[in-house]
Ligand binder design. Structure first.
Ligand code: RFL
Ligand code: PHB
Length: 390
């Protein structure tokens, strides 16, 4: 099989890239290791920046998002019993975020790709990248026990943190920058009305908690937990008790609990691989970088990579202009590092770090107090949360 762009990975980055290329007449194939049901069963991000919403409109996959997505013009940060309201719209001249699950974004993209007759190959096993430093790179994989080969002009590595694409860049070229955190997030999805209209991030002496949502009938809650805990350690009752104890009393009192319909633990990590391209290979999304979820930036960063990369491919194939592709890594990394900084800052502000000494605890309290009382500090938070310009 031959194509212009072979896209490795059918998560949000790969599917959105495929859709945008298709709409611009650039031939591509998506290769996904898992089944579609598996991909749609993963509960992940829920907060979309305006840039991603705009991109979904451009990709003509925003009908359900328009009908079901909830526009949020603000959110709350609680530090023990003090609550700081961040009025996103007022601070950023009317900008806001939209609450709509990553699962739904992925579902909408699959549907549009199906309708357009795009090629998305599932259950592609043992995928490997070859000859990326030549003019005819290839991807091989097994499907139903048979080896398949795809030749392409370029390969887009959209295969997440554990995929093979990043590793295809030689160690002598690739630099990796990483911070790990000594805790994870335990997330619960429950068919209960959310505790409040807006999201609440809460810092408490026993750890961080987050109240989020997917709709008026579906809530998403998280608590910080030790990184080596397993889901089996956390009964629903233990989870709800812990969540309540970390929220301001008034909020805890209005929490409606119910059985969990999904429960998972994600480790927290900050990670960037440079460069994001090498010869005929271009990385986008989690394959190149990871942020801790505190700033709600993971999915949004995958989207801005895809914005730059889709335009660069379209310039190359349709306009004979090569420079955006050549500059892709530099352009994308400039925005990636700002999102890394913001996610790291918000993680540090709100979590309990087990090895934190009393001086650092006081600094954390001062940081929150500054935020509470400074419009400039609130503005800096708000402009990052709604998303920096592409
Ligand atoms: P994805 O979504 O990981 O998709 C990559 C796809 O590549 C496939 N793949 C392969 N395909 C073929 N051959 C191989 N060898 C392959 N290896 C892997 C995978 O099956 C998968 O379908 O990356 P993408 O598209 O870059 O999208 C990025 C976002 O998914 C990610 O940034 C966010 O979901 C991060 N994230 C969260 N972000 C938030 O903003 N808020 C959250 O609450 C939040 N929760 C999460 C998260 C990420 C998690 N992960 C990765 C463990 C919770 C979890 C558990
Ligand atoms: C979510 O709804 O899953 C969510 C929201 C905000 C975050 C992280 C996750 O910062």
């Amino acid at each position: 099989m031959k194509t212009q762009v072979a896209i490795v990975g059918g998560g949000p980055a790969g599917l959105l890239l495929s859709r945008l290329l298709h709409l611009n007449g650039v031939d591509n194939v998506v290769l996904e290791r898992r089944s579609r049901d598996y991909v749609l069963g993963r509960i992940r991000a829920g907060v979309l920046e305006q840039g991603l919403v705009d991109l979904l409109h451009e990709a003509d996959v925003a009908e359900r998002l328009k009908a079901e997505g909830e526009v949020h013009a603000g959110f709350n940060i609680a530090f023990h019993d003090d609550v700081c309201h961040i009025d996103l719209a007022q601070l950023t001249d009317g900008k806001n975020v939209t609450v709509y699950g990553q699962t739904e974004v992925t579902r909408d993209l699959y549907e549009a790709l199906d309708t357009a007759g795009a090629t998305v190959i599932h259950d592609a096993e043992n995928l490997a990248l070859h000859d990326i430093d030549t003019d005819s790179p290839k991807v091989t994989f097994d499907q139903n026990g048979q080896e398949q080969i795809i030749s392409a002009a370029f390969i887009a590595g959209c295969d997440g943190f554990h995929g093979p694409s990043r590793q295809a860049i030689p160690n002598s070229v690739r630099q990796e920058y990483e911070l790990t955190y000594p805790f994870g997030w335990l997330g619960v999805l429950s068919e209960t009305p959310p505790v409040a209209e807006e999201l609440m991030y809460a810092s408490h002496e026993s750890g961080f908690a987050l109240c989020s949502l997917r709709s008026r009938q579906l809530s998403r809650y998280y608590v910080q937990c030790p990184v080596d805990d397993s889901v089996a350690d956390w009964s629903d009752d233990r989870f709800w008790d812990e969540l309540k104890s970390r929220l301001p009393t008034e909020v805890a009192n209005s929490l409606v609990t119910g059985p969990s319909i999904e429960k998972s633990i994600a480790p927290l990590r900050s990670f960037v691989a440079e460069p994001m391209s090498w010869n005929r290979l271009f990385l986008a999304g989690d394959s190149a970088h990871i942020v801790p979820p505190t700033g709600a930036k993971g999915l949004n960063l995958a989207a801005s990579d895809v914005y730059y990369l889709s335009r660069a491919f379209v310039d190359y194939f349709n306009r004979d202009v090569e420079s955006p592709l050549r500059d892709y890594s530099k352009t994308a990394l400039a925005r990636v590092w700002k999102a890394e900084r913001f996610s790291w800052w918000m993680t540090r502000l709100l979590h309990l770090f087990p090895d934190q000494n009393k001086f650092e605890q006081r600094l954390q309290a001062a940081e929150f107090n500054y935020l509470l009382n400074s419009e400039a500090a609130k503005l800096a938070l708000a402009e990052n949360y709604v998303g920096l310009e592409y």
